[in-house]
Design a protein around this ligand. Sequence first.
Ligand code: PMT
Length: 224
Amino acid sequence: DLGQDLAGRHVVVSAGGTREPLDPVRFLGNRSSGKQGYALARSAAARGARVTLVSANAALPEPAGVDVVPVGTAVQLREAVLKASADADAVVMAAAVADFRPGTYAAGKIKKKDGQEPAPIALVRNPDILAEIAGERPRPGQVVVGFAAETDDVLANGRAKLERKGCDLLVVNEVGERKTFGSEENEAVVLGADGSETPVPYGPKEALADTVWDLVAERLPENS
Ligand code: PMT
């Protein structure tokens, strides 16, 4: 029993994958199902937290007692996360956010034209929400957690990303067949800005979620 160690706390979790529209029927997206973020939201609620779950395109049941804010794009996700973070004790960014979006949106469906090469898609940069929140800390003492899905040099890339983004904890998970994107299970190492490394063995996404909240709870200032 983990008890109610997050009672009186407000936590914000982002989940799912952003979709960046090209036209009314097409988007650039990724393979996030939202399962890891939803597991984090359920775990925090079970430990007594008030939870805001900013959910990007996840087709999952709403966790009981959680305030779900649905979003589509990275820009919408930023707005919702920043708004909810103003008074949050912790922010956990499990969402897979597109780094780039198409520079233009076609109001009508893009047509292919006979005998013409396809037009290239020009991309523009999306805001980096995690770096922004970690840099600004809307609430003093706020604990900020990022995720990183990596395919190679997992720990070295993770450590560099933690420093670049300025977060307190970074959950590094390796992209693989039966973990990370879409699956029920995950495996990770949680890196701390204090140099700590907490390995989480292969298992249900709920187990990783519980470990993340353990590490967050240790870092929260006394409840006032
Ligand atoms: O949803 P599931 O199917 O359960 O899969 C879970 C997951 C694989 C999506 C999750 O465990 C995970 O790893 N999420 C982060 C995916 C990722 O590759 O993130 P990133 O390396 O692009 O970004 C690093 C961090 O910065 C993330 O916390 C991300 O939310 C944040 N970010 C990224 C880009 C951006 N423009 N703004 C951000 O805030």
